[in-house]
Design a protein around this ligand. Structure first.
Ligand code: AMP
Length: 282
């Protein structure tokens, strides 16, 4: 479906018969990570809407936007197989009509640290604006997001609370390749040695997790473990975040449910990854 009225009519029909509507927003180039969200939505709901919209306002780099992989036919086939009833592909002109002047700005550390520092807070304002619009267009009971984008999950939860949006946010685990690399639409641009080096992100995160399990809690020491393991593969992180898993507030020590997140360039792409750790009780 390409138009908002079409999607609204389909969802209204489901609602009239008491059905539950699940929603999975994506930018397309679907991989097994996206499909896991669709499968989870299908398990929880009577009707599943998947949106495919490459949102220009969340890209801070025109070349990244231009290079973003697109294959609508393949996406529709994969989404349907995973349990989607509708794939919604709005046009850029319909999402951002002439005269468009409204932005959802989430202020403070949530959008200014880590990914917000690396890409600019405009990235998350773009995400918050398009997610608000998609929720208004589709009207789902629940929406499914991937833990892979940890800060995005925190931003969306804040948005839903702050604007009283009647949507339940469900965060699903990160799906990985056999060697641990987090699945991403951008991985198709990784070739040869870059593909091998990309595993350094998850290796570094795993080493940090092992260090926490053996009693290390100091954020500086943990950051050093991650930085060194990435450097061993000739990679430099944009940041190594040690933060409260729910709020993304930076932590001095791991004393609660903590996200360790890392981002950095690998060859032609910029990758992100994270793990969540519940520290052993002291
Ligand atoms: P994107 O198309 O990259 O905007 O991603 C759409 C949704 O899929 C977001 O909620 C992502 O967090 C989620 N996602 C992307 N990659 C993965 C993955 N490897 N595992 C789980 N969810 C993912």
């Amino acid at each position: 479906m390409r138009s908002v009225p079409e999607v609204r009519a389909a969802v209204a029909g489901v609602r009239r018969s008491g059905g539950r509507v699940g929603f999975v927003p994506t930018m397309g180039a679907l991989h097994t990570g996206h499909l896991s969200l669709i499968q989870r939505a299908a398990a929880d709901s009577d009707f599943v809407v998947v949106s495919v919209f490459v949102n220009p306002t969340q890209f801070n780099d025109a070349a990244d936007l231009a290079a973003y992989p697109r294959d609508e036919e393949r996406d529709v086939a994969l989404a349907a197989k995973a349990g989607a009833h509708v794939v919604f592909t709005p046009a850029v002109e319909d999402v951002y009509p002439d005269g468009f002047a409204t932005t959802v700005r989430i202020e403070g550390t949530l959008t200014e640290t880590f990914e917000g520092a690396a890409r600019g807070p405009e990235h998350f304002w773009g995400v918050a604006t398009v997610v608000s619009k998609l929720f208004a267009m589709v009207g789902p009971d629940a929406a499914y997001f991937g833990q892979k984008d940890a800060q995005q999950c925190a931003v969306v939860k804040r948005l839903v609370t702050d604007l009283n949006l009647p949507v339940e946010i469900v965060v699903c685990p990160t799906v990985r390749e056999d060697d641990g690399l987090a699945m991403s639409s951008r991985n198709v641009h990784l070739r040869g040695s870059d593909r091998e080096r990309a595993v350094a992100l998850v290796e570094a995160l795993d080493a940090a997790e092992a260090a926490v399990r053996s009693g290390m809690t100091d954020a500086g020491e943990l950051r050093e473990i991650v930085t060194k393991l990435m450097a061993a593969r000739d990679l430099t992180a944009d940041y190594v975040a040690i933060a409260d898993a729910d709020t993304m507030a930076p932590l001095e020590r791991v004393d609660r449910r903590t996200v360790i997140a890392v981002a950095g360039p690998v060859g032609p792409v910029r990758l992100i990854d994270n793990i969540v750790i519940d520290p052993p009780p002291v």
